[in-house]
Design a protein around this ligand. Structure first.
Ligand code: UD1
Length: 429
C-alpha cells in the first residue's frame, strides 16, 4: 500500500493548476445514463473515484472513453442501451456516490436494484432523503437485504418535494431523476452548492429544463428524452481551498490557476482574518505569507456558501501552528474529527468535545508516522507535514488518491519535499 513522505520546512512558491471538481464529475458521469447519445465531459479530473465510477457505468451499459482533448483530460460516456440495472454492494460500498446511479436508472429503465451504501468513517450518512425524493416522484421503493429495489414501470411523475434539511446528494439525485419525469418538479430547501449549478448546466445542455440551481428552490420541467452534449466540469473548489491552506501553512507565494475563487469566499475570508495575503485574479487566487505566524480564528462548517465541511480538516491543520486558540465547530457530519488525534501525533494541541474542537496553536510540529482516515483528513496530514520538523509519513493514502489529482507533483512543483513510497507496510490494513 502506498504512503506519502513529506520533509517539512520548505516554503511553497509557484503555480498550481486546479483540476475539475471530483464531486461534480461523478454526478455528471451518472447523468450520462439518462441519454442514448454520447456525453462528453471536458476538464475531467483523473482520480480513483472517477475511474471507479467509470467501471460501474460500463457494467450498466456505458462505453467509457477516457482521452486527452485539446483542453486536457476528457471522458466520453455513451450508453446506447442500459444492459444492467443492478449496482452491487461491492461497488456501492467502495464509493458512496455510486448510489447516485439509482435515480437515472429508474428514470431511463423504469427499475433498478442498488445496494444501500452503509456508513462511512465520517458518520452514518443515511440515504433516507434520496429515497423519499424518488418515492415522491412516483418510484415504488422496497428495501430487502441491504438493497433498494425501485420500480417505476410507467415512468416518474413531477412532484413538490421539500427537503427537511439540506442534502447535496439528495438534491442532485432528485434532479437527476426529475429531468425525465412527466410534469414539473419543484425542490424546496435544495442544496445551493456550486456542483448543483454545474449539474443543471450539463443537464440543460442535454435538453433538460432545469431552473434555479444555486438557490434553495429548483424547478424542473420533465422532458421525454435527453440528447448528447459537451460540458466542461467546474473547477474543484475543495482542491483550490486545500492548496490555498497549504500555501498559508508553508509560507511563500502560490498562484492557483484555472480556478474559481468566488466559490471559496468563506475560506478566503478566514485566511485573510488569520493574516494570510489573498489576491483574487481573473482565473484564481494568489496566497502569500511571509514569515509571521498566523492568528487563530474560529469557524463553523455550514452548507454553501458557508465554510465547507470538506475544508475543515485542512483548516484545523493550519490552526495547529497559529497564535492563540481556534474553536472549530463541525455541523454537517457527526464524526468528522478523525484527523485530530493524528494531528496530535505531530505535536498539535487539540481537544474535541462533541461537535467542537479547540485547537491551541503550538510553535512547531514534529514529523511522525500518521494514518489517513478519510479523503479530506488525509490531506490535512500532508498540510501539517509541510511545516513539521523532520519527516512525516502518511499511510492509507488511497483515501487521498480518491480526490486529489497528482498531489505530490503539484506540491513538488512549488518546492515541497513530498514523495510517494510505493508498496510496503502491509500491516496498515
Ligand atoms: C456531499 C459531498 C461531500 C460533502 C457533503 C457536504 C459528494 C460526492 N460528496 O456529500 O464531499 O462533504 O456533500 O457538503 O458530492 N443526510 C441524511 N439523509 C440523507 C442524506 C444526507 O441524513 O438522505 C445527512 C448526512 O448524513 C449529513 C448531511 O445530511 O449529515 C449532509 O449530507 P449531504 O449534503 O447529503 O452530503 P453528501 O451528498 O453525502
Amino acid at each position: 500500500m502506498d504512503r506519502i513522505a513529506i520533509i517539512g520546512g520548505a516554503q511553497l512558491n509557484g503555480e498550481i493548476p486546479i483540476s475539475g471538481a471530483k464531486n461534480s464529475a461523478i454526478k455528471l458521469m451518472a447523468a450520462s445514463l439518462l441519454t442514448d447519445e454520447p456525453l462528453r465531459l471536458t476538464n475531467m479530473p483523473r482520480l480513483a473515484d472517477t475511474a471507479f465510477l467509470g467501471k460501474l457505468l460500463h457494467r450498466l451499459g456505458a462505453q467509457v472513453d477516457e482521452r486527452d482533448g485539446p483542453d486536457g483530460a476528457e471522458t466520453v460516456l455513451h450508453t446506447r442501451e442500459i444492459v444492467s440495472t443492478i449496482a452491487s454492494y461491492d461497488l456501492v460500498r467502495q464509493m458512496r456516490a455510486s448510489f447516485n446511479v439509482l435515480g437515472p436508472l429508474i428514470a431511463r429503465a423504469g427499475q433498478a436494484k442498488v445496494s444501500l451504501p452503509g456508513g462511512c468513517t465520517i458518520g452514518a450518512r443515511p440515504v433516507d432523503l434520496h429515497l423519499q425524493a424518488l418515492e415522491a416522484l412516483g418510484a415504488k421503493i422496497d428495501l430487502h437485504e441491504g438493497y433498494v429495489y425501485a420500480q417505476a414501470p410507467r415512468g416518474l411523475r413531477g412532484a413538490e418535494i421539500t427537503f427537511p434539511f439540506v442534502s447535496v446528494g439528495a438534491t442532485e439525485h432528485a434532479m437527476l431523476a426529475a429531468v425525465l419525469a412527466e410534469g414539473t418538479t419543484v425542490l424546496h430547501n435544495a442544496a445551493c452548492e456550486p456542483e448543483l449549478v454545474d449539474l443543471e448546466q450539463c443537464l440543460n445542455a442535454m435538453g433538460a429544463k432545469v431552473w434555479g440551481a444555486g438557490t434553495p428552490t429548483i424547478t424542473i420541467t420533465g422532458v421525454a428524452k435527453l440528447h448528447g452534449a459537451t460540458h466542461s466540469v467546474i473547477p474543484d473548489r475543495i482542491e483550490m481551498g486545500t492548496y490555498a491552506v497549504a500555501a498559508a501553512m508553508a509560507g511563500g507565494e502560490v498562484r492557483l490557476t484555472k480556478a474559481r475563487p468566488d466559490l471559496i469566499d468563506s475560506l478566503l475570508a478566514k485566511l485573510e482574518e488569520a493574516g494570510a495575503g489573498v489576491t483574487r485574479t481573473a482565473d484564481g487566487v494568489i496566497i502569500k505569507r511571509n514569515g509571521a505566524r498566523l492568528d487563530a480564528v474560529d469557524l463553523e462548517t455550514q452548507p454553501y456558501p458557508g465554510f465547507a465541511t470538506d475544508l475543515q480538516a485542512q483548516f484545523m491543520a493550519l490552526m495547529t501552528t497559529a497564535k492563540g486558540e481556534s474553536r472549530i465547530r463541525e455541523t454537517i457530519f457527526e464524526n468528522r474529527f478523525m484527523h485530530a488525534p493524528e494531528l496530535m501525533r505531530l505535536g498539535a494541541d487539540i481537544s474535541v468535545s462533541g461537535g467542537e474542537a479547540r485547537v491551541r496553536g503550538v510553535e512547531t510540529l514534529e514529523g511522525a508516522e500518521v494514518m489517513a482516515t478519510d479523503l479530506r483528513a488525509s490531506v490535512s496530514l500532508v498540510i501539517a507535514g509541510l511545516v513539521a520538523r523532520g519527516e512525516t509519513v502518511v499511510s492509507r493514502i488511497y483515501h487521498l488518491d480518491r480526490g486529489f489529482e497528482r498531489l505530490e507533483e503539484k506540491l513538488g512543483a512549488c518546492g515541497a519535499q513530498v514523495r510517494r513510497i510505493s508498496g510496503g507496510d502491509e500491516s496498515e490494513d
